[in-house]
Write a protein that binds this ligand. Sequence first.
Ligand SMILES: [Zn+2]
Length: 116
Amino acid sequence: MTDSTHEQWLVQIDAELDGELSLVERAALAKHLATCSHCAGARASHLEVRVALARSAGNPHAFVVPRPAIRGGTLALWVFVALVTGLLAGWVADRRWGGPGGGATLEESRGTVVVH
Ligand SMILES: [Zn+2]
């Protein structure tokens, strides 16, 4: 899977938005974002979180948001992402395999009726 490399890019995205990346690192990140909609989308939502944080801090035109302000907001974002991902996975599994209570259970109850 490529998940672990995506996570490394997400760390780079955070560092870039904090103004902590060198030119070489920013070039590598830009190259990856051009080919990876997953990370490009993540960067967009990271930026939106920062805009919201800067607004709530009363400084909507800030270039960067101080680290301590980010921690809480980023955590909330990831909890939200994890929740949505979990819900989607559950929904997909439900559609594909009929979810709990379908399939085998129906056969069993039919068998029970025959026995009686
Ligand atoms: Zn990526």
